[in-house]
Design a protein around this ligand. Structure first.
Ligand SMILES: [Zn+2]
Ligand SMILES: [Zn+2]
Length: 322
């Protein structure tokens, strides 16, 4: 009897031990996924602060690139010099970025007010003064550094690579490049330039960032590598995947539910697009059997899922037509 009891109690002990473990693992897993979700939200928030996100990536990249190409810097000066060179370089580039932002604003205002296309003389002078002031600030900083014995003399290679990286990451250029490509009217882009171009630039920065980090890891380990891996590779891959790749897939899927119209169908439709009232050589047919320019349809889809002509919901109409 007592042996049976002992066996029973040891069995239940093992059972409770197993349960205890499984509960612990479950709790830990739950906490882990929750923390990951929180991290993901915070990272996405950080990425949305485009200027700060770009600045941090630029600083990391510029410092790493300086460490890679400037081998002969004295070891004790290296820390200061790399950071100061990176920050001063960004300062000069940001003056250029500011200049481009102003030009972009003037162009946009010109387009919005088609009557008064040229900005007033006074505002032109004002922003010219501002740019000269910004430039002067950067030069003064360089002179002050020189006083302290730190010479800001970036090599041509350093300047070219950092400038390209700056162009690929800065917010204003991520907005300008797609609109420039849009002017070329590349058909294979399917009016998704605003997603494709930043994605390509993102992949470029990830590739250069990865090769820099790998080189630093193999040739000379620096404490800075871990931080750079996070910002230059991990965050940028997340940005490319969630904010561009997933959106491209979603937009393409919605759009592909509209089939391309044949030439005969376009002729039967009397060649006119109801959105822009222009002739059509290419068209897409909605589930409610209305024809529009692919571009016009895409523009409409960005704001609503209702047919611009009959105001029926595309999803309802496709359900009825099946
Ligand atoms: Zn149209
Ligand atoms: Zn319709």
């Amino acid at each position: 009897m007592s042996i049976l009891l002992m066996q029973n109690s040891s069995d239940s002990l093992i059972y409770y031990e197993q349960r205890w473990w499984s509960i612990l693992v479950e709790v830990l897993l739950g906490m882990g996924t929750e923390i990951m979700e929180e991290m993901h939200c915070m990272e996405q928030f950080f990425i949305r602060l485009q200027n700060v996100y770009a600045f941090v990536c630029q600083v990391c990249f510029f410092i790493l690139w300086y460490q890679v190409i400037e081998e002969d810097v004295v070891e004790e000066l290296r820390g200061d010099k790399t950071v100061i060179t990176a920050l001063t370089t960004i300062l000069f580039y940001s003056v250029f970025g500011y200049f481009v932002t102003r030009i972009k604003e003037i162009c946009q205002n010109g387009r919005a007010r088609s009557v008064q296309t040229t900005p007033s003389m006074r505002s032109c002078l004002k922003w010219l003064c501002k740019i000269i002031l910004e430039w002067a600030k950067a030069v003064v900083i360089v002179l002050c550094l020189r006083e302290q014995g730190i010479h800001y003399e970036p090599t041509l290679l350093y300047s070219i690579v950092t400038f390209i990286y700056y162009l690929c990451t800065e917010k204003v250029f991520l907005e300008i490049f797609p609109s420039l490509i849009e002017l070329l009217n590349v058909e294979s882009m399917e009016n998704l330039e605003h997603l494709y171009i930043p994605l390509v630039l993102n992949i470029l920065t990830i590739a250069t960032g990865t090769s820099l980090v790998m080189y630093t890891l193999i040739m000379k380990f620096s404490n800075f590598v871990l931080l750079s891996t996070y910002f230059l590779i991990y965050l940028r891959v997340k940005d490319a995947y969630y904010n561009y790749w997933c959106l491209i897939i979603a937009e393409r899927e919605t759009y592909s539910s509209f089939r391309t119209a044949t030439e005969k169908e376009i002729q039967d439709w009397a060649d006119i697009c109801a959105v822009c009232l222009n002739n059509m050589s290419r068209a897409r047919i909605t589930p409610c059997n209305h024809l529009f320019h692919p571009y016009c349809l895409k523009q409409c889809l960005k704001t609503s899922f209702y047919c611009p002509l009959c105001k029926r919901h595309f999803m309802e109409a496709s359900g009825e037509s099946q």
